[in-house]
Design a protein around this ligand. Structure first.
Ligand SMILES: Cc1cc2nc3c(=O)[nH]c(=O)nc-3n(C[C@H](O)[C@H](O)[C@H](O)COP(=O)(O)OP(=O)(O)OC[C@H]3O[C@@H](n4cnc5c(N)ncnc54)[C@H](O)[C@@H]3O)c2cc1C
Length: 410
């Protein structure tokens, strides 16, 4: 009998998580992990934070030896250029084909490029998705120079924070009324606006970049409100999914590769996980998220289902963002709708609070700024589903972890 071969396409955390889960679950066939970057799988969150600042150790998920110890064959620097779902084989960039019994698409995405801006000057206009991107950007972050960040989303805000700590002058240009507005809403976006301004960032909201041009050693950025000069521009305009190859092979794709709650496409033996996967969440319906923790968990679910386990990814989504000395954490808020009440504990205007979303007298989401232990307690409240009273959540003298065990007063 020939050994089964599972192919994982994409060397990010979803792919790495799938590979390790396969071995942990006792899979004794071949595991091939194909990634187009020159590195073994690594974590992206440090790329806008400690790695960008030059203070982090290697962001590798596993050391090189792990791959030999676990008989996982990494094929780095190799792009998968084709998929034949009938013959069950992939085609590599150099034309070689490799057969599979099951394949996992864990290809994440690429930083969005804006035609006419992104391509003006390769040295001065930057994007951030890969280690190489982070290294190139770090080389431009010199004290006293100006960095303009186009886009006040998480990546843009995190880079702005890191750059300020390195003494760089920073301007954020954001089209919306506040940074992080799409993810957090205008009010919480306003909290981050104050944090950035207090740190010396020039934050310009409601302003659209129209063009960029070379200007001596630097760049001149033209917006609908005026012009500004800088040495470097970071285009932080979100993620574009890599679905062309899969759609051409007949894999259903819309905003990503369409999968069910078990990370299965509707084609036999074809799975998807992580940022590329538009998954059917049992609680929130179809959505696609770009969060580290979900990628890790989905990779594990996909791996177990490649082995026929029949499990689902039904965790509430968890993410965090570090900016300066502040940490934002969120659990269960992504995709959640139809709340009965929102309860705030602490002071958003002092950048220290927890916000709970309630439905039917139970906490269904928690989001906190610099309130790690309370967010963790809130997370346990979401998981336990115990009834809680809003006034107890609001009351800072009530220890939240006690509510997990003790239901609310009648
Ligand atoms: C700068 C930055 C900071 C972040 N910070 C946070 C944070 O603080 N908190 C948080 O929750 N999340 C954060 N994220 C998001 C998190 O990193 C992602 O959700 C996570 O990396 C997704 O993992 P993935 O394995 O699905 O995809 P990726 O990490 O994108 O990995 C996919 C890999 O597949 C490769 N690939 C693509 N196509 C092919 C192909 N055809 N053949 C072979 N290989 C291919 C890609 O090059 C890539 O290496 C951050 C992301 C970035 C970019």
């Amino acid at each position: 009998m020939t050994r089964r071969r599972f192919v994982i396409v994409g060397g990010g955390v979803a792919g790495a998580s799938a590979a390790s889960t396969l071995r942990r679950e006792g899979f004794d066939g071949e595991v091939l992990l194909v990634g187009d970057e020159p590195h073994l799988p690594y974590e992206r969150p440090p790329l806008s934070k400690e790695w960008l600042a030059g203070t982090a150790p290697s962001p590798a998920v596993y050391p090189e030896q792990w791959y030999a110890d676990n008989a996982v064959e990494p094929l780095t620097g190799t792009r998968v250029a084709g998929l034949d779902v009938t013959a069950r084989r992939i085609t590599l960039g150099d034309g070689r084909t490799v057969g599979y019994d099951a394949v996992l698409i864990a290809t994440g995405g690429q930083a969005r490029r804006i035609p006419g801006l992104s391509d003006v000057d390769a040295e001065r206009v930057h994007h951030l998705r890969t280690r190489a991107d982070s290294d190139a950007l770090r080389a431009r972050l010199r004290p006293g120079r100006r960095l303009v960040v186009l886009g006040g989303g998480f990546v843009g805000c995190e880079v702005a924070a890191t750059a300020r700590t390195l003494g760089v002058e920073v301007t954020i240009l954001e089209m919306a009324a506040a940074p992080l507005e799409r993810a957090l809403g205008t009010e919480l976006g306003g909290v981050f606006a104050r944090i950035h301004r207090a740190a010396g960032v020039e934050l310009r909201c409601g302003e659209r970049v129209e063009s960029v041009a070379r200007n001596g050693d630097g760049l001149v950025v033209h917006t609908d409100r005026g012009t500004l000069e800088c040495s470097t521009l970071l285009v932080a305009a979100g993620l574009v999914r890599d679905t062309e190859v899969w759609a051409a092979a007949g894999v259903p794709c819309a905003d990503g590769v369409l999968v069910d709650a078990g990370c299965r496409t509707d084609l036999p033996g074809v799975f998807a996980a992580g940022d590329v996967a538009a998954h059917e969440h049992p609680r929130y319906g179809r959505l696609r998220v770009e969060h580290h923790d979900s990628a890790v968990r989905q990779g594990a679910v996909a791996a177990r289902n490649m082995l026929g386990a029949g499990v689902v990814f039904d965790d509430p989504h968890w993410f965090w963002s570090d900016q300066y000395e502040h940490t934002l954490q969120s659990y269960g808020g992504v995709g959640e709708s139809g709340l009965d009440a929102v309860v705030v504990r602490g002071r958003p205007d002092e950048a220290s609070f927890v916000r709970f979303g309630l439905r039917g007298g139970r906490v269904v989401s928690v989001l906190g700024l610099d309130r790690g232990p309370e967010v963790m307690a809130g997370r346990r409240l979401v998981q336990s589903g115990v009834p809680v009273a809003a006034d107890q959540l609001r009351d800072e003298s009530v220890e939240l972890r006690r509510l997990v065990r003790r239901p609310a007063r009648a």
